[in-house]
Design a protein around this ligand. Structure first.
Ligand code: HEM
Ligand SMILES: *[C@@H]1O[C@H](CO)[C@@H](O)[C@H](O)[C@H]1NC(C)=O
Length: 281
């Protein structure tokens, strides 16, 4: 089942990748492919399973240790790997332990994701590195955007499976109280949320251009009152917008009042106020 999933998903990923790579002037979208694939996987997976509302513990009740869950050690959790003499089938993510018995086809012996069972492999949910080394709860080095992806996985497990308790060690101490590691992770998630909101705001202010590529004329970029999927009562003119932190540029539609922005460059041979320009290749 997981292998069929892999084949189907692989095709989707390949197609998605080709589409992303032919979009000219695309921003760091390709860089984010991994987190998209991730989400895609969790969405796909969501399609295949029913909601489990009964087993849902709220994030707050978990983190303020008001939940009535059990405490596991790294060793006691190992006994929940779904193998013949095991005590059950659990996974942990960000120190939260879930009973995933209803997902035996994924996490049980022989399942496509059996390496997640009986342990906290938080980092691998984002990195996709399922080696012994990759399956670590240590999420240091993940970006705030990555951490949003990890949080999405925690939400996924909360929605789809039954929360049973906490894993003592990296994210919780022996009393189930959050460790500095968890606090750092949560800070990073908050930063990720802020960046995301910023991104959306920025996109509204500098909507992406329309673009098309033709053999004869090459790349053309132009603005319309709906380009970039952002409906507005102005059109703007195409400018190259540099992002100093990523050192990348994209085409943005710029309002008259914003044209002085120092991160903007003109397209070569494009009249100052033209709503359409020949793009760079
Ligand atoms: C970072 C990389 C990845 C991680 C951490 C990951 C993790 C997971 C997990 C945990 C599940 C089980 C969800 C559940 O409990 O219902 C799952 C299912 C699935 N994954 Fe992935 N996955 C990754 C990459 C991929 C890729 C690259 C593909 C496609 C090539 C893919 C395709 C699928 C599909 C189709 C399912 C549903 C399978 C089914 O219902 O039989 N995944 N994934
Ligand atoms: C956008 O332009 C179209 C015509 O090109 C017009 O019908 C529509 O009302 C405009 N939308 C806004 C929000 O100005």
């Amino acid at each position: 089942m997981a292998s069929t999933g892999f084949v189907v998903g692989f095709l989707v990923a390949v197609i998605a990748f080709s589409v992303l790579s032919i979009i000219p002037d695309s921003d760091p979208r390709i860089v984010r492919l991994q987190s998209r694939v991730n989400l895609l996987a969790s969405e796909l997976a969501g399609l295949f399973s029913r909601k489990n509302v009964a087993g849902t513990a709220s994030q707050e009740s978990i983190d303020t240790c008001e939940d009535s869950g059990k405490l596991f050690t790294v060793d006691s959790l190992k006994a929940y790997d779904g193998s013949r003499n095991s005590l059950g089938l659990h996974i942990a993510i960000m120190g939260k332990v879930f009973d995933v018995s209803k997902g035996t086809k994924h996490y049980g012996p022989g399942g496509g994701y059996s390496f997640f069972s009986g342990r906290d492999g938080s980092k691998a949910y984002i990195s996709g590195d399922f080696s012994e080394e990759g399956l670590t709860p240590d999420v240091e080095g993940l970006t705030p955007q990555d951490m949003i992806g990890l949080e999405d996985w925690v939400k996924f497990f909360n929605n789809e499976y039954t929360y049973v308790g906490k894993l003592i060690g990296h994210f919780y101490d022996e009393r189930g109280v959050p460790t500095p590691n968890l606090k750092a992770a949560q800070k990073s998630i908050e930063e990720g949320r802020r960046l995301k909101a910023n991104d959306a705001e920025h996109k509204k202010q500098y909507p992406p251009c329309n673009s098309e590529w033709k053999q004869a004329t090459g790349l053309r970029v132009w603005c319309s009152n709906k380009s970039g999927g952002i409906s507005r009562d102005w059109i703007g003119v195409p400018r190259k917008l540099f992002n100093p932190s990523t050192n990348k540029q994209r085409c943005a539609c710029i309002k008259e009042s914003e044209l002085h922005n120092p991160h903007l460059r003109l397209y070569d041979n494009c009249p100052l106020r033209s709503a359409s320009c020949k793009g760079d290749t």
